[in-house]
Every structure is written in structure tokens, then in C-alpha cells.
Design a protein around this ligand. Structure first.
Ligand code: GLC
Length: 702
């Protein structure tokens, strides 16, 4: 196949290089002209199939069972490609390009959420790194590996704000803060899409699940959400607006009903806001069967009505339920739907295919997997990313790092569990590629013993990777009793206890916290998990992660998040009668082996009506370490009741032992002090604002 492929590619490149008499085949013609030319040649059936997506291969998402399908029409617009064979991907393309009337290539997409074959930490862990550049690098490598298998589209980044850790999909996003999620969203889009969508190794991004899916009532999937316009505007919308501004090529409409209207049937969301307000010019794909689900959500009497509602709302491509294929022709013939509405959807889809270079270069070079996956530099990036994503929650008496000759026992269900290191949504990642905790520890620690002989017991507890992800809601975030018992008994046996958490959601740790000398949140770290965890245990890596999501004291506190609006009686009322209202570990919590001292904040006006907030952070330890400085703004008096504080900027720097570094937050009042009201209008009133970072705060009078 390789020789034939090369000849074919050469022929195509020759064609692409020369101008064709057929405009849409002319690589030198502007994309807009090629799109219009092609659209004008298409039959209605061809257009309807372009607006349809199906699957190819064995669907490994247990929530969306479809048999191994190969009977999709060659004219299909897109396929979710579950294979990883680049040869088969070329076979699919060849069939579309050579065996159909117009030769329109298929857009192959897949859920590349935190890596394709090299698996990086779950996004919730990456959000604790406070290192957007690292996120960009991970997404760039994921794109390169995915591209090498013929993919040109990923259904990522997931940017749903999550405040309820009972919800399993909290692992897929970057936590509870809109600003942080916006920054990581931009980094992910840049990582996937690179400088140009036509470049080799780049793939189209997809902002999902638009919008409000993370507010699912009681933390359950597929249920309705009720979010005020105010909270939509200041909490759930910002990451999507940021992703659109970053040039994300696609958006996925979500499963949830939002304030009585399913998002996949909401013209206000999919057209008025997304396109009218934010200028999104890519295309919208529904989530899996979300068009058909309009029937279950009670807004469509049948499939035809569901298809009409979705298309007219702004869903350009229908994922796998064949509603568009089976209903749009008759809807148009009966004038229930205008053909120009379909044309607009297909125009957007074709535009992306041209921008991706699919028409001029539909085939992918066929290289052996060993040349494409898990390259040493990819593993290095994965190890570094894992090292930055861990959060040291407790380190009593500085028990960590351990010297490598310490007699340690490594116990618990995740001690030697490579099948639980990758996390959910692992694309083509394999457990056999992942380094377990014990495998990692063995490389540095020479004295691994039974618990009885151990000085330190390392308890590897948490949740398996299948406990988080889609349709993985739990009524409680408590640890299993046997795991709590393991920690408590180890302590009662007179041992030093280090708890390593392997999990994809915040867990309730208040019962074990008193018995643990150290608690290290290791999340699901991916292919290099065990090596990265050992690096932290032995001090090769100084932990620098800080929580991007609150750890509740108990499940009963949920929902609990830092950027809450103030309550009406904020003294000793509005509290629980049985437990504290404070979380166990708050947003931004994270310890280091270094110790960082913050100077007072200095504030000064600078030109352009802006201000500069400065703080000097000193590492007064003997250990080099990195510190992420998170800057918050509070607006105590405003015509809308704003969150008690809001993250507005962050920056991470390595500070050598004994040295200091200055951190500057340039405050643009229209961006950093302003709020937004329920109608989406900025709100900026004169008055005092509190600027805070670390233990310091200062008042800015504006
Ligand atoms: C799933 C998920 C979505 C994913 C899609 C395709 O149900 O909700 O995140 O991208 O289907 O697998």
C-alpha cells in the first residue's frame, strides 16, 4: 500500500499545485470560492450527508454502544474514527475521494482528551499545574500522534466549569474557575491547531460541552441544568468566549437542558450568542445523539421535528443518530425547513475541510507505530507534566521528600495498578504503556519492605480510572472504608504514613487527614505516572501544583467553590449546625518543599489608565522551587452581587533557593476590575477593589 500511497499522494500534490479548471479542486483559489463552487455542485442528498457524522470501528465508550460499523455511505461528512491504523484511515479517504461523484474527503475525529497514545495527566490535574505552556505542549504532541493516524479533529478541550465533584466528568475539565479554564482552553486550542490548520501534525479543536453541562443537578449526567443569566455570563460563558477568540474550529452542543431549553435546540445559545455576540465562524456538532434526545427532553414530538429544531438552532453536524440523513430531505421538500439553512451548515463544514487542507492532501503518510507513538521526548513531556500536576496537600514535619534508603512499604489498591494510571478518556493509551507507582518507586528506593518492617507506609488509595468520566456520577465522594482503614491502621501501628491519591475527582479526606503525615494528590497522571510520583517522593521534583478545584470537607458541603457570591448573613449564620462550612482544602491550596514568603503588595498607576500590582516572593528554603502566584480581585460593592473574589491573573516562576522574584499583575480596569451583568454588559463602578495574592491583599481605589 505504501508505494501506491506515495504515488497517489504525489499525483494529488501535483494536482493541488496546478490550478484546476474546477474551482473547488484548485488549491490556488480562495477557500470561500472553492466552498461556493463545490456547494453549487452538490445534490441535496450529498449536502445532508456532509452534515452527518457516523462512526467507524469499535466504539469503546461504554455509554454509546453501536456495533462495529462499516456500512456508512462514502459521502459521509465525518466519522468518529475508533481505529488507529493510518492505512485504514487512508482507505476510508480513498473511498471518499475516488469512489464518489465529487470526491469530498471525510473529516475523521476522535476524543483525544489528554493524549492519543502517549497519555498526559487528566485535564483536571493539568489545571493544577498553573502552566499553560505545558498544557499547550501536551496538546501539540497529542495532535501530532492523532494526525499520524489520519485524524484531523479532536473533541477537546472540555471546558465545562465544574463545582460538583459527584459529577464524573469533572476530570475532563480544568476545574471551577472561569479565568483559569479560559487560559487553559486557549493553550489547548493553540496546542491542537498550531499556527495553521493546514499544517501537518495539527488538528481541529472542539469546545465542549456548550454550555452549562457541568452544572448538572446533583452531579448526575444528562439531567437538566438551571443557571441564571448572571451566572451564565460571569461563570459558564467565559471559557467558550475565550476559545472562540483563540480560533477554535468547532463547538459541540451539550446533552443538558438549560433553563428549560435543550442546548442542542437553543438558537439563542448556538446562533445569537455563539455567532452573533462572539463571532464564531466554525461549525457546531451535536453531542452523541443529542439531536434525537430533543425528543426525550420533551421539545420534539418526533425525529423530524428534532432535526428541524436542531438545524434551525445552529447544529451544523448531527452526531451518529442519522436524524439529518433520514429527515432533512422531506422537511425541505415540505418547506418545513429552508434549503438555505442546510446550505449554511454545509458551507461551514466544507470551509473547515478546506482550511484543514483535506481536499489537497487527504492522505496521511504511513509510518510504523514505533516512529509515531510514545517517542522518548513525548514521555519526557508526559513526566514533566505529571510532575507539575501533582498537589502536595499535607506534609507534616516535612516528612517528604524521603531519602531513598528509607524502609518503605508501598500498599493499597493502586500501588501496582498500571491499568489505573491513565485515567478515563484515554483514546489509544494502553495500560501496558503506563508506569505504575511501585514500578516507579522501585527505580529509586532500595529498601522496599513489608509493612511490619517499614518506617514509612505509602498508602496508594483513591478511585479507579473508570470511576470518573461520562456517566460516572457518585452520590458521595467518600473513600471506601477499607481504604480509610488502611491509613488509620498504618498510623495506629506507629508508622509514618504517606497517602498517595489516585483519582479523577476531589475526594472527602477529613476522616483520614489526621492519620496521614503527608497527602500527595497524584490524580490520574498518564503514561509516566509512577516515574513522576517517585520523582516527587524522593525530591527530584519539588511539587508545585495548586488545586484548581475545591476539596470539600464532606460530600454534604457540595456544591462548594471559592468564587461564591456573599451570603446575606456572613457572620455566624448561614452555617451548618453539624460541620464547618470551610472546605478541607481550598482552591489554590498546594505545598512545596520550598517555603515562599510574600512581600506586601505594592499598587501603582501606570499609563493608559492601568495599574500595576507587584509582589516579591522569596524562597527562603534550601530547595529550588516553582511558585504559582494567583491574583484575585474582589469588588465588595457593586450593583450586582459579585463573587467574594475572582481569579484574574496567574504566573508561575522557578525561584532558586534563597532568592526572590517579582511578580507583576498589570491591571486593566475594563478587563480585570469589571464584572458583567445578566445581559452581558460590562459593569465597572468607581470604588474600592481588593487585590490579593497568597497571604497578602491591598486596596485599589478606582
Ligand atoms: C460522548 C461525550 C462527548 C464525546 C462524544 C463522542 O457521549 O459526551 O464528550 O466527544 O460522545 O465520543
Amino acid at each position: 500500500m505504501k508505494k501506491e500511497f506515495l504515488l497517489l499522494s504525489a499525483a494529488l500534490l501535483l494536482c493541488a499545485g496546478c490550478s484546476s479548471s474546477i474551482t473547488y479542486k484548485d488549491a490556488s483559489a480562495p477557500v470561500e470560492k472553492r466552498v461556493e463552487d463545490l456547494l453549487s455542485r452538490m445534490t441535496r442528498e450529498e449536502k445532508i450527508l456532509q452534515a452527518s457524522q457516523y462512526i467507524c470501528g469499535e466504539n469503546d465508550n461504554v455509554n454509546n454502544i453501536i456495533d462495529n460499523q462499516t456500512d456508512y455511505p462514502a459521502e459521509i461528512g465525518s466519522l468518529i474514527y475508533f481505529g488507529q491504523s493510518v492505512e485504514y484511515a487512508n482507505h476510508i479517504q480513498k473511498n471518499a475521494v475516488e469512489n464518489t461523484r465529487l470526491g469530498i474527503p471525510v473529516l475523521l475525529g476522535f476524543d483525544v482528551i489528554h493524549g492519543y497514545r502517549t497519555i498526559f495527566p487528566i485535564p483536571l490535574a493539568q489545571g493544577c499545574s498553573w502552566n499553560p505552556e505545558m498544557v499547550r505542549q501536551c496538546c501539540s504532541i497529542a495532535a501530532t500522534e492523532a494526525y499520524s493516524s489520519g485524524l484531523r479533529w479532536t473533541f477537546s478541550p472540555m471546558i465545562d466549569i465544574a463545582r460538583d465533584p459527584r459529577w464524573g466528568r469533572v476530570m475532563e475539565g480544568y476545574g471551577e474557575d472561569p479565568y483559569a479554564t479560559s487560559v487553559f482552553c486557549r493553550a489547548a486550542v493553540e496546542g491542537y491547531q498550531g499556527g495553521s490548520l493546514a499544517d501537518e501534525g495539527t488538528i481541529a479543536a472542539c469546545l465542549k460541552h456548550y454550555v452549562g453541562y457541568g452544572a448538572s443537578e446533583a452531579g448526575r449526567d444528562y439531567v437538566p441544568t438551571d443557571i441564571s443569566d448572571q451566572t451564565l455570563r460571569d461563570t459558564y460563558f467565559p471559557p467558550y468566549k475565550a476559545g472562540v477568540e483563540a480560533g477554535a474550529a468547532t463547538v459541540m452542543s451539550s446533552f443538558n437542558t438549560l433553563n428549560g431549553t435543550p442546548t442542542s435546540g437553543s438558537r439563542w445559545l448556538l446562533t445569537d450568542v455563539l455567532r452573533g455576540e462572539w463571532g464564531f465562524d466554525g461549525f457546531v456538532v451535536s453531542d452523541w445523539e443529542a439531536v434525537m434526545q430533543l425528543i426525550y427532553q420533551g421539545v420534539a414530538k418526533d425525529k423530524a421535528e428534532a432535526g428541524k429544531i436542531a438545524l434551525e438552532a445552529g447544529v451544523d453536524m448531527d452526531m451518529v443518530d442519522w436524524i439529518y440523513r433520514d429527515n432533512l430531505d422531506s422537511l425541505i421538500r415540505s418547506n418545513a425547513v429552508k434549503e438555505k439553512t442546510l446550505d449554511e451548515a454545509v458551507r461551514r463544514i466544507l470551509t473547515l475541510k478546506f482550511r484543514l487542507g483535506l481536499f489537497d492532501k487527504p492522505y496521511t503518510e504511513e509510518r510504523p507505530e514505533a516512529e509515531r507513538f510514545l517517542l522518548p521526548e513525548y514521555r519526557e513531556t508526559a513526566r514533566a507534566a505529571a510532575g507539575e500536576s501533582m498537589v502536595l496537600l499535607k506534609n507534616e514535619g516535612g516528612i517528604l521528600p524521603l531519602s531513598c534508603d528509607t524502609r518503605v512499604a508501598v500498599v493499597g489498591p493502586f500501588a501496582d495498578s498500571p491499568e489505573n494510571m491513565n485515567g478515563n478518556w484515554t483514546a489509544k493509551g494502553r495500560s501496558s504503556d503506563a508506569v505504575s507507582i511501585l514500578s516507579g518507586v522501585r527505580k529509586e528506593f532500595s529498601n522496599i519492605v513489608k509493612t511490619r518492617r517499614a518506617e514509612v507506609v505509602i498508602c496508594c488509595i483513591g478511585q479507579p480510572q473508570g470511576a470518573t468520566g461520562e456517566n460516572c456520577s457518585y452520590s458521595t465522594i467518600d473513600l471506601p472504608e477499607d481504604q480509610e482503614k488502611l491509613v488509620i491502621d498504618s498510623k495506629k501501628a506507629g508508622k509514618k504514613v504517606v497517602v498517595l491519591l489516585t483519582n479523577g475527582r476531589p475526594l472527602a479526606l477529613s476522616r483520614i487527614e489526621p492519620y496521614a503525615d503527608a497527602i500527595l494528590e497524584t490524580w490520574h497522571l498518564g503514561s509516566e505516572a509512577g516515574n513522576a510520583i517517585c520523582d516527587v517522593l524522593c525530591g527530584k521534583t519539588n511539587p508545585s501544583g495548586k488545586l484548581c478545584i475545591t476539596f470539600p470537607y464532606t460530600s454534604g458541603q457540595i456544591p462548594i467553590y471559592y468564587n461564591r457570591r456573599p451570603r446575606s448573613r456572613n457572620y455566624d449564620m448561614g452555617v451548618y449546625q453539624d460541620i464547618t462550612i470551610d472546605p478541607l482544602y481550598e482552591f489554590g491550596h498546594g505545598l512545596s518543599y520550598s517555603s515562599f514568603n510574600y512581600s506586601e503588595i505594592s499598587l501603582a498607576p501606570v499609563e493608559g489608565g492601568k495599574f500595576e500590582a507587584k509582589v516579591t516572593v522569596t524562597n527562603d528554603s534550601k530547595v529550588d522551587g516553582s511558585e504559582a502566584v494567583l491574583w484575585f480581585v474582589s469588588d465588595p460593592v457593586c450593583r450586582i452581587s459579585r463573587p467574594v473574589k475572582e481569579l484574574k491573573f496567574f504566573e508561575k516562576k522557578m525561584i532558586p533557593a534563597g532568592e526572590s522574584r517579582e511578580f507583576v499583575f498589570e491591571i486593566d480596569p475594563s478587563v480585570d476590575l469589571a464584572g458583567i451583568d445578566a445581559a452581558g454588559k460590562p459593569v465597572l463602578e468607581k470604588g474600592d477593589f481588593i487585590i490579593s495574592c497568597g497571604p497578602r491583599s491591598a486596596t485599589l481605589s478606582y
